[in-house]
Design a protein around this ligand. Structure first.
Ligand SMILES: [Zn+2]
Length: 442
């Protein structure tokens, strides 16, 4: 087998800290220089905030600039077609437009110039390489062409792996590629392996005979949760890594290495990150265990550069150094700030609830559904949760008490668990839906 290099871009991925700060600051100044005069959106925003060109001397001054909210981008696109007031270039320079998935409201359109497309490809390739994708892999991509994820296809080709664009909702084509072409590596949402294993069960296929060597999973929290990862790895006999991007910023710029302790930041030179307290906006020092909302600033974007963009992604820093030699710090995404529930003054993420309950597998299946009795984020205790028990759950009343006790101990809230038989809760093919707005049915 070919001996491959260790990193996609050794220089950028292993930058010592002082060099990293220098590169990020230089890129920020160049980007701001470009934005001033080219982006009507930021011309207005900066002048409203009383910020003068020259006042920002490096990343240490970034905090002086106000945040950019997703809602502002939606308004910008609603009033200025086609790509919004925040588009900083003419349409003749734009070669592609993607749509965000719109899971949190009206989708926004993402325009890329030729240069932007190259930047996206580069950080995606760093992420794919870190996750273990190599040129000998054959990768059937179960993803449509309209959304951001379509950019992965081009990056897979650029990495030298073999792309098989099977498209969305075509599990038979995907299985065909695995069997007939010996395809062996999958990039998909975190819920997809569970969907695929159920599909295999229903169709009498042994998942382990499919020959999948690796999964690169993202789009929602899940793949980084130890018991979820273990379950997928055992079901398919494959290696599971987690990855993350942001539709408004870069296709991919977070990826797990072989040590699997959170996703490394691999967007050096293209994007700058900050972690803030979501309620006060205070910038937190990046350190192991620090938790807050992820903020992105474009450092090398022509079409729609964004400064201090609020993602609503709630992350925790898992480590700041790693044996693999990559110097980008590592995170896990806990959930979206928008998904956060508040029960008796405690913040609770639905994905964390699933995480804790899933630890009891195989007595449970890991499928849960939180039933909200009123509009979030406030939940009156106890929180109503449907939980699927496994094939051999043992004593049901004991299991119910066990789950409620575990949630009280680990997430500090009281719950009322209703156990339901396996296969009862709705299955989601691409993204899990952990919350049901029961009050809307009334
Ligand atoms: Zn590492």
């Amino acid at each position: 087998m070919t001996q491959y290099r260790k990193y996609w871009n050794k220089k950028m991925e292993t930058l010592p800290f002082h060099k990293y700060e220098e590169i990020q600051s230089k890129a920020l100044l160049r980007e701001l220089q470009y934005i001033w005069g080219n982006s009507r959106f930021y011309d207005e925003k900066f002048s409203n905030a009383g910020i003068e060109p020259g006042e920002i001397k490096g990343i240490e001054d970034l905090h002086k600039i106000p945040f950019t909210e997703k809602q502002e981008l939606r308004e910008s696109q609603a009033t200025t077609r086609p790509l919004g007031k925040h588009a900083a270039t003419e349409i003749e320079n734009v070669i592609r437009i993607y749509s965000t998935s719109g899971t949190t409201g009206t989708p926004t359109y993402i325009g890329l110039t030729r240069h932007d497309r190259g930047v996206w490809r580069e950080t995606s390739n760093r992420a794919m390489w870190a996750c273990g994708m190599r040129p000998h892999h054959i990768v059937p991509l179960p993803i449509g062409t309209f959304f951001i994820a379509a950019s992965y296809g081009e990056a897979i080709e650029n990495l030298g792996a073999t792309l098989v664009p099977v498209g969305v909702g075509a599990t038979d084509r995907l299985i065909g590629a695995l069997r007939n072409l010996s395809a062996n590596y999958l990039l998909a949402t975190a819920s997809f392996p569970l969907y695929l294993s159920n599909y295999c069960k229903d169709n009498g296929i042994n998942s382990r005979t499919l020959g999948i060597e690796g999964f690169m999973l993202g789009g929602e929290p899940g793949a980084g949760i130890p018991h979820v990862r273990r379950q997928i790895e055992e079901t398919f006999g494959a290696d599971v890594r987690e990855t993350m991007g942001n539709g408004d910023m870069l296709g991919l710029m977070w990826a797990e290495c072989e040590y699997k302790n959170g996703m490394h930041f691999v967007g050096q030179g293209s994007c700058h990150t900050e972690i803030i307290k979501p309620d006060t906006g205070e910038v937190l020092k990046i350190d192991e265990g620090v938790e807050g909302e992820m903020i992105y600033t474009s450092l090398d974007r022509e079409c729609q550069p964004l400064i201090r963009f609020r993602t609503r992604d709630h992350v925790v820093v898992t480590q700041t150094s790693c044996e693999c030699g990559r110097t980008g710090y590592c995170i896990k995404c806990i959930g979206r700030t928008d998904d956060m529930l508040i029960i008796s003054g405690v913040n609770v993420y639905p994905s964390a609830v699933r995480d804790v309950i899933g630890g009891l597998a195989p007595r449970v299946t890991s499928e849960i559904q939180i039933l909200l009795q009123e509009s979030p984020p406030s939940v009156k205790p106890p929180m109503k949760i449907k939980v699927e028990h496994g094939e051999f759950p043992g004593d049901l009343s004991q299991l119910k008490a066990g789950i409620e006790g575990l949630l009280r101990k680990k997430l500090i809230f009281s719950s009322n668990v209703e156990l339901v038989p396996p296969g009862t809760l709705p299955k989601f093919e691409y993204k899990a839906k952990l919350v049901k707005k029961a009050y809307e049915d009334k």
